[in-house]
Write a protein of this length. Sequence first.
Lengths: 336, 336
Amino acid sequence: MGKRPTISDVAVAAGVSTGTASKALNGVGRLHPETRQAVLDAAAALGFIHRQRGGSVMGSRSYTVGLLTTDSFSRFASPIMLGVEDALGAGQISVLLADGRGDAIREQHHVQTFLARRVDAIIVTGRRSEPRPPIGKNLPVPVCYVLSRSQRCEDLSIVIDDEQGARLAISHLVSLGRKRVAYVTGPEKHLSARLRQSGTVAELRKHGLKPVEHPAVWGEWSEAWGRQAAGILQRSGAVFDAVFCGSDQIARGMVEQLQYLGRRVPEDVSVVGFDDWDVIALASRPALTTVDPQLADLGRIAAGLILRSLAGERLSGLAKHDCRLVVRDSTSLVAE
Amino acid sequence: MGKRPTISDVAVAAGVSTGTASKALNGVGRLHPETRQAVLDAAAALGFIHRQRGGSVMGSRSYTVGLLTTDSFSRFASPIMLGVEDALGAGQISVLLADGRGDAIREQHHVQTFLARRVDAIIVTGRRSEPRPPIGKNLPVPVCYVLSRSQRCEDLSIVIDDEQGARLAISHLVSLGRKRVAYVTGPEKHLSARLRQSGTVAELRKHGLKPVEHPAVWGEWSEAWGRQAAGILQRSGAVFDAVFCGSDQIARGMVEQLQYLGRRVPEDVSVVGFDDWDVIALASRPALTTVDPQLADLGRIAAGLILRSLAGERLSGLAKHDCRLVVRDSTSLVAE
C-alpha cells in the first residue's frame, strides 16, 4: 500500500522478465500476444503507469491523443469523434481509438495502452449524460470527458447544456402563443431527461406557466413510446396545445399518433423534438422543429481544451455547451 | 522522373532544413504546426515514403493500424470501425483514426501521416460501394479496403455481397408465394443499387419470374422516395404483391404510403428492406423484414486479413461477405 509499483513488480506479477515486461509496455519486440496481454493486465491491476520510450530520439510529445469511447461508436459518439479528429488533425495530432464497451476492465486496459503509447492526452466520450467514474487519478496526461461527465468535479468535462436546450424549446413554443405545454421524455433515471425537465419547468415558470400534468412524462427513447404517450395524453383528458419531447424519436411517434387520433400538427398541437437527428426529424411529417445539441462542436471544443492543456494551461471543472433551436414545420402560431 | 525522392528533396520542396523535415516526418520535436504541415504536404506531393524512427529501440512492428474513413464516421463506417477495433484490440494492436472527408488531398495527407507513424497496415473504409482510387502504389504496408473496394483489382478489398443479399430477399418472398415482385431503390449510379437489382432479376429468373415493370425503380435513399414510389407504383396500374426495397428507409416510406393508399402490409403487399438499421426497421409498422449486411463482421474480417498479411501471407483481390435475412412482420404468406 502506498508504494508506487515498479516495472519489476509488473514483471513479477505477469511472470515474465523485466526485459519482457519493458518490451510489452513499450509495444516493441517480438512477443506472443498473450504475453503482451498478461503484462498489460498486470500493469493495469497494479496501477503501474508507464511512459513509453525514454530515449533521446523522441521529443517531449508524441502528437497523439487517445480517444476512448465507453459504449461503441454510437450516433452520439460519431459526431464527437468527427469534431475531435477535425480539430486535432489540423495540429498534426493523430487520434488513437479505443472502445471500452461499458466494461471497466476493458477501459482500464485501454487507458494503460494509451499511456504505454505515450499519448499526449486522453479524451473520454460516451452516450450517457450520467456522471461516470474517472478513468484514473493523477494520470500523467490531461484528460477531457465529453458528453459523459466525470464524477470527480475537479476533472475537466464538457457536456451539452440540457437545461438550456429545453429552455430554447419552451421559449419557442411560448413565443408562438402555446400555453399548455406537455413534456414527454425517456427514462427518469437518465440525467439528460431530468435536466430537460427542469429546464422545461423553469422556462415555463418564467412565463407564469406550468407544464401540463399527465401520466406519460417518463418512458423510453423510442418512436413506440412517443406513440403510446400520445394515446395516454389524449385519454387522460389533459388539455394541451404543445408537446416538448425529449428526443426526435419520441417526437416523431408523438406526431404520428396525434394525427391518427385526429389532432392536427402543428395547428392543434405543436411538437418539438431534441437531437436534430436528420433521418428522424426530416422523415417526420411535418418535419420536426427540434433542439440541436451540436455534438461535433462539443468534440472540437474538447480538442481545443486539450490543446490548451498541452500548452500548459490548467483546466478543470464542468463546461456546458449551448444547444441551438432548429425550426421546421411541426410548430406554428396558435390560432387566435 | 523515376528517381526516388529523398528526405533532402522534401526539405527543399518545403523550404526547411533536412533536420526540420526529419523532425516533422518523425512527429517529434517542437515545430510550428504550419511547418509540420508544409513538410508533410511536400512529402505527399513528391510521393516520398518515410518510415519513422530507424533506431534500435523499436522492433519491426509498431502494433498500430491506420483506419482511414473516406466520408466521416457514418452509420456504415461505425460498425465497421467497431469490428476492426474489436478484432485488432485482442491482438494488442491500436487503431489510429483519420477521416478523409471525400477529399483526395486530405486523404493523401493522412496516408503520409500513417506511414510516418510507422503503422503496420492501413484499412480504408467508406460508405460508397463504387470502386475507389487506390490510396497509393507499392505502399510499404498491407492495405485492405472495406465496403468501398479499390479500383485496382490486385488490391485487397472486402465488400458486402449485394447480389447475394438481394437473392435472399427475393427467395424469401417467392417462398411465401409472392410472384409479382417490384424492385424500388436508390440512385442508378450507385453500384450497390445496380447489384441489388441484378441479384433481384437473377433470383426471380431462377424461379421462372420477372420483376414487375414500373416507372419507379430508381430514386434516392430516403423515406420520402419510398412514399413517392408507392404512389407511382399504384398509379401505374402495375399489379404487385411484394416490393423489395433497396434500403430500410425506402421500405419504411413504401409501407406507410401503401397503407395510406389502402393496401394491407404484409397481406396484400409484402415489403422487404435492406440494411437492418434498427431505428428504421423496428419503428416501421409492421417492423421490417430486411437484409442485414453484417457490417461489424466486415470490419472483423478485414482485421483478420490484415493480421494474416502481417504474418506474411500475400493476399489480394476482392472478397465478398454474405448478408443474412432478418424476418419480421412486413412479409407473410400470400393468401390462397
